[in-house]
Ligand binder design. Sequence first.
Ligand SMILES: [Zn+2]
Length: 98
Amino acid sequence: MNQKIAPKELWYGSCSYWTDDWDKLKTTPQGIPVCPHCGAPGFITPEADWLKGAQRFEDEGHPRYVEFLNANKEQCLPRGFLTTYKMWITSQPVTTSD
Ligand SMILES: [Zn+2]
């Protein structure tokens, strides 16, 4: 059995740190990947599910959520995704591009 993590999986922490570059994560002596900033444990998810979930959340009334996630890739966000997103979206200039 190949125990290596497939390249199309990414990791997200309970602190909202997320990455598809597994080399950026710290590993505990037990071999568990954790956030390199705060040491929070996390979850593994297929990249496609992650993107689909983010898009669905955006479609449910959270504008620019996908953009927000991408802008905060590999950031430790101890406040969590939702609180940080709300702070981020209110700090964005209002656009009328459409
Ligand atoms: Zn963290």
